[in-house]
Design a protein around this ligand. Sequence first.
Ligand code: SF4
Length: 424
Amino acid sequence: MNKHSKIEKMGGCSDIPILKERGQREVFCGLTGIIWLHRKIQDAFFLVVGSRTCAHLLQSAAGVMIFAEPRFGTAILEEKDLAGMADAHEELDREVANLLERRPDIKQLFLVGSCPSEVIKLDLANAAERLSRVYFPKVRVLNFSGSGIETTFTQGEDACLASLVPSLEESDEENLVLVGSLPDIVEDQLIDLINELGVKRVSVLPGRDATKMPMIGSKSKFILVQPFLTDTTEALEKRGALRIEAPFPFGEEGTTLWLNAVRESFGISNDKFELVTAAPRKRAQVGLEKLRGSLQGKTIFFFPDSQLEIPLARFLSRECGMKLIEVGSPYINRSLVDKDLELLDEIPVISEGQDVDLQLDRCKESTPDITVCGLGLANPLEAEGLTTKWAIELVFTPIHGYEQAQDLAELFVRPLKRKEALLI
Ligand code: SF4
């Protein structure tokens, strides 16, 4: 065992050992979340206070998806700005003033922190408060960090949503909040099912614009749709809201258990549940049945990337018959993923964090049929004859809920088919 690795047994009902690694890692920083968040929150603008590297990341990662004037940008602080913090704050104020004058459609402005130490020293929380006062009530200014030192990939969304929570209006009525950003069509499907169950006051964090943000209070309940929302969960609990615990809504079983947790929490009858879910469940089962033969018995290895790994592994092993070798995740919050972990019939290596060289050795030794990994690892692994699946696709493709169950399985069938075709 290397000095960067140790196995810890976590307490709790599912006493599963977790291999903890703290070495070199190959994961995007939290700025990546802006790519989907700027599409989701229609009146928001993300101003990254960062370096040219940050600007390049956003342009290259998101550039292809932009068809209108983008709703994110980078305030690049030059050396001269950083020489004195007063100058840096003035520069930031100027950037914000220009932006808001040019773009009156912006109602929510996020100042997003990044890596350079000078940016870290710049107190963006203070800047956001000061600017909020200046532009109140037209624009709400918030801040969060997408820095690669503090965040990986999907943690950027967590930081963004957590920053929104204190600004949500207080409610003293019972309501349900779905937490995590989803493609609109998937969000609508889940809300429709919950409405049909009889829960009518349902909203989503993040709302599609400033007027559609949820209200929150001690009678609010919330359920996560994404497993990477640790800080957001804490922030909502601090506001008095109660989390409904459930496995995540991937596949037929995951979606059913997720909806069933809502059913239980709101005291809805089983008969009603059957009535509402029978048809979409059947569709999902039929869709999955078509693909199970291609995945049954195939082995899979997950490198840590999006924090979706544990719920996806549960779906692939239980609903598609795949064999899990290792399930790596950048960070594991047991209280959020325990419901998924408890469902695993066979416990694979569960690893948290990364020491990329050690993990590559384990992966190559186990020769999995599919390896889920980041873009940087995919090419070298393919060159060694392994079949890979880009983890980032799982974040950008609609995969939640009954109607997407087949598409989700299909994402794993495709690389296997490609491999077979190459071998013929
Ligand atoms: S890792 Fe840091 S410097 Fe690099 S793009 Fe992300 S925030 Fe910017």
